[in-house]
Design a protein around this ligand. Structure first.
Ligand code: ADP
Ligand code: MG
Length: 441
């Protein structure tokens, strides 16, 4: 199954690629999977898709089965060292609910630039496996900025530097799935023991558990138990702890106790660096392809949404050029990537503007839409209104709606106010120039 579009690239790499077809007979397709958990998950989520895919490829399949086999799946869960095996109940590998690691997500392949240097340095520190200095490490940022990549890189490195540690990486969704399963099967004690027995716990996309009350509760207890034992925790989310809606206050405040690091949107240099690194990689795969000057610069300039899209564009470009046997020129890039280039043109959202402005003036994102009238909050809010009008195609009423349902006249007033002030206030003019540059990349 090579076409990944039906599940999305990430799911494809995580769940489908590791499957090994071991039997195809009498309408039964059997796949080998690395763990029971893995098999369960794929059965629940993808079995139907897999059946359809096989059928549409001409193989009639009535049933898809999964059996735990000898697949050399990327494993992070290291065996416990000898003295620890003396516990009353040893947890076997199959019980470990970690998600497989992507072998490509290493520190070596992570390009460091200004927007991610702090996150990278913190991840490196955790990967050394030394004494815990900040707990948790909380990584946040928009989609495709490298959170998952860094977490996998930590796991890979720890495997080598500290094979004695039990490292568990999973998404918050998988955490919930395991929890619900344990409840259903009345194995909650096993569940608790399992999660409390790891040395390093990494939970990806924790915003997922917002609003899911009992999962949150359990997560909170697991979190506290591990912190009390001085075990390292690494968490990622798409926004800062305080900005996650429907997450309990006590969890927010625990999450803020460690080191909270922001992966900023990429800048031009970082994007170019990532493209250059990818091209090195492709050169081996597509030997003989000629890449014209200026193409990478063009892509780094134009595709500013996220790294995943950037990578996808390059992959498509190389595949296309090699199929048609042409040199990769600017013209070819424009043709072949027209849809991506078009959609990244309208990239800037009011939400991003609000976030950047709030960050710049050190106020809360929620104050952007809230009612406070204090000058030190109202002014940044007006700046955000002004920039929303300038940098997005949104109308005043639309902007008003995104600023907590304000009237369009309020927005107009805000925009005018900033225009007026800018003329005499050089600090404000500088701020605006900086913000504009940050937002437009
Ligand atoms: P997130 O989890 O933040 O949504 P990912 O970690 O899945 O993002 O990254 C999306 C894609 O972009 C991955 O293929 C990842 O390897 C790549 N990527 C992101 N940042 C970098 C970087 N700094 N250097 C190299 N690749 C990167
Ligand atoms: Mg991710």
């Amino acid at each position: 199954m090579t076409n990944e579009s039906w599940v999305g690239k990430n799911n494809y790499v995580t769940w489908i690629e590791p499957l090994k077809l071991s039997l195809l007979q009498d309408g039964v397709a059997r796949f080998e999977v690395p763990t029971i958990f893995f098999g369960d998950w794929v059965q629940r989520n993808y079995a139907d898709h897999i059946r359809t895919q096989l059928s549409s490829a001409g193989t009639q399949v009535d049933r898809v089965e999964f059996s735990v086999g000898a697949v050399a799946a990327p494993r992070i869960q290291a065996e416990r060292p000898a003295p620890r095996a003396a516990r009353t109940r040893t947890v076997s590998d199959d019980d470990l609910p970690g998600a497989p690691l992507d072998q490509r997500f290493t520190f070596d392949s992570f390009v460091v630039g200004k927007p991610n240097e702090l996150a990278h340095a913190a991840a490196r520190r955790v990967a050394e496996g030394g004494p815990v200095t900040f707990n948790p490490l909380f990584l946040y940022g928009g989609v495709g900025l490298g959170k998952t990549h860094l977490m996998h890189a930590i796991a890979h490195d720890l495997q080598i530097s500290r094979p004695d540690l039990r490292v568990l990486y999973l998404s918050a969704e998988q955490f919930m799935y395991r929890f619900v399963q344990a409840l259903r099967e009345r194995q909650i004690m096993d569940f608790k023991e399992l999660f409390r027995s790891v040395d390093v716990l990494m939970v990806d996309d924790v915003q997922f558990i917002a609003g899911k009350d009992s999962t949150q509760e359990e997560f909170f207890h697991t979190f506290n138990a591990l912190v009390d034992q001085n075990k390292q925790i690494v968490i990622s989310a798409d926004r800062a702890p305080g900005e996650i809606k429907d997450l309990e206050e006590r969890i927010k405040s625990r999450l803020q106790c460690g080191l909270v690091v922001d992966l900023h949107p990429t800048d031009y240099e970082l994007r170019l660096g990532i493209l250059q690194q990818k091209v090195e990689h492709y050169r081996a795969q597509y030997s003989g392809l000629v890449l014209a000057d200026g193409v990478l610069e063009f892509l780094a300039h134009r595709i500013t949404t996220n790294v995943r899209v950037l990578e996808g564009a390059l992959t498509r470009l190389f595949a296309f050029a090699s199929l048609v046997g042409r040199e990769i020129t600017l013209d070819l890039a424009q043709d072949c990537l027209a849809d991506i280039l078009r959609s990244s043109d309208r990239k800037l959202t009011i939400e991003e503007i609000q976030r950047k402005v709030a960050e710049h003036y050190n106020i809360r994102l929620s104050d952007m839409i809230g009612p406070k009238r204090l000058r030190n909050i109202a002014r940044p809010r007006q700046v955000a209104m002004y920039l929303s009008k300038q940098l997005t195609p949104r109308s005043l009423p639309e902007i008003g709606r995104r600023f907590g349902g304000r009237d369009h006249t309020t927005i107009m007033h805000g925009v005018r106010k900033i225009e007026e002030l800018m003329a005499g206030d050089s600090q404000l003019a500088d701020d605006l120039q900086l913000l504009r540059r940050l937002l437009q990349g």
